[in-house]
Design a protein around this ligand. Sequence first.
Ligand SMILES: [Fe+2]
Ligand SMILES: [Fe+2]
Length: 164
Amino acid sequence: MAATKKLQDLFLDTLKDVYFAEQKIVETLPKMEEAATSMQLKDAFTKHLAETKVHVERLEQVFEIIGEEPEAKTCDAILGITDEGAEIMEEYEGSPALDAGLLAAAQAVEHYEMSRYGTLRTWALELGLNDAAGLLQTTLDEEQATDLALTSIATSVVNQKAEG
Ligand SMILES: [Fe+2]
Ligand SMILES: [Fe+2]
């Protein structure tokens, strides 16, 4: 059975995984925004929430391109990463290190997404799905830009405060 599975199947499975992950992130970012104390960090989360909603739509477009109904498949990796974030929010509530912890959790999410989108983009090209590859690349660029923005917030304000 497994011997008949192809790159196409892997592409679809991974698409379902990241579709689940993006919806989980849409649910999680408002909580992180609420918990954050730095205005810069709050703004970054708000901005990325809007982008993430578009990521969900782009994935739906990719499902459409390959003639499949959008379907989410439980992604244990994102559940683990967001659980860790929830733990930080609870354990560091009121602490000057809270924002540093939120940043670290958010960057773990972005890195997970970057890894998934990089893979999906490459597989889409391999499968000759150029339009899908373009959509996936656009999202990948936004994840990378978010990661860089978070790094700059971390180094400019948040980590210094956490050390204080
Ligand atoms: Fe995303
Ligand atoms: Fe993201």
